[in-house]
Design a protein around this ligand. Structure first.
Ligand code: ATP
Length: 301
């Protein structure tokens, strides 16, 4: 398990993270969301043992990471600013990582290189930014990490590669019981791959939630009633109503809880038209964050 406990990180007098706590269970993909400058990279770099924290701690299976070579060999961090030395190629990097990571697999390396269509002999500095991200991820996966930290790993990737990486990471985490933290400033990037997400705002974790709420907990119904049988919000007191709007005879309601039960209760009111819709990720998110002081519009861009 990854346990971040009351973590504080300062750069000189500037506090970037102030008392952040979160947990990542084996097999879990944890999405870290926040604006530019919110502190995502700081958290990941501190977790990766690049920075030393100024308070609190991060434990990987109960062990501190900083100056812990044994645990670092089980962790792979893909930064958002990837740097390769001049003339290095994926093959050279594979040899280098093989010397450091005891579980490095050349089989995995070769098969993923070919799946992603990357030339492992070519100088990495000649790769595009998106190709460099893919290359580093392929190398990272070949180390068979128990802990995988990905910083803005979808930046600059085309939709097809994005999906490939998502599938790869999800399958890897589930099959191996690996722990994954992935950051993004965009919830859309993470919505369909994470089990849990946390939102960093104001140096703190403003919100944390299981992604299952996006699948199960909310549903939207659109309906109309016969003339003379118009309904008002008060008529829906038997369902857990989150939102009610009426446009002429067309009524739209958002309901929380068991969708079938809500559907049955609405049917009892005898609508002449009734349809069920899933909520968009934005709509659910806005429901979940009601009352949290944050301008969320940016993270849906
Ligand atoms: P982005 O989405 O733009 O990558 P982020 O959420 O990853 O942003 P961080 O890079 O962690 O944010 O930065 C958090 C805060 O810490 C910012 O205010 C940033 O200016 C500051 N900061 C980051 N690195 C340093 C550093 N090396 N020295 C001083 N301040 C820093």
């Amino acid at each position: 398990m990854i346990e971040v406990k009351n973590l504080t990180k300062r750069y000189g007098k500037f506090t970037a993270l102030d008392g952040i706590s979160l947990k990542v269970e084996p097999g879990q993909v944890y999405g870290l969301i926040g604006y530019n400058g919110a502190g995502k990279t700081t958290l990941l770099k501190t977790a990766a043992g690049v920075y030393r924290s100024n308070g609190g701690h991060i434990l990987f299976d109960g062990e501190h990471i900083f100056d812990n070579a044994k645990m670092k060999a089980q962790l792979f961090y893909v930064p958002d600013d990837i740097y390769f030395t001049p003339y290095s190629s994926m093959n050279k990097m594979a040899d280098f990582y093989n010397g450091y990571y005891a579980n490095f697999s050349f089989d995995t390396f070769r098969s993923l290189t070919s799946v992603f269509g990357l030339d492992p002999a070519k100088p990495l500095n000649g790769f595009s930014k998106g190709m460099q991200r893919q290359a580093e991820l392929v190398l990272g996966m070949a180390t068979n990490p128990r802990f995988l930290l990905l910083d803005e790993s979808f930046d600059g990737l085309d939709p097809q590669k994005r999906q490939m990486i998502k599938n790869l990471v999800i399958e890897y985490a589930k099959e191996r019981g690996a722990h994954v933290i992935i950051s993004s400033h965009n919830l859309h990037d993470l919505g369909d791959m994470c089990d849990r997400f946390g939102l960093i705002n104001g140096k703190k974790l403003a919100l944390e939630h299981d992604m299952s709420v996006f699948d199960n907990d909310y549903v939207k119904f659109r309906m109309a009633f016969a003339e003379g049988d118009e309904k008002t919000e008060a008529d829906f007191s038997d369902v857990e109503l989150r939102k009610f709007s009426a446009d002429g005879r067309l009524i739209t309601v958002t309901v929380r809880g068991d969708a079938d039960e809500a559907m049955a209760k609405i049917k009892e009111k005898a609508p002449v038209y009734l349809e069920k819709f899933p909520l968009s990720i934005e709509e659910i998110f806005m429901e979940e964050v009601e009352g949290v002081d944050y301008d969320f519009t940016e993270i849906f861009r």
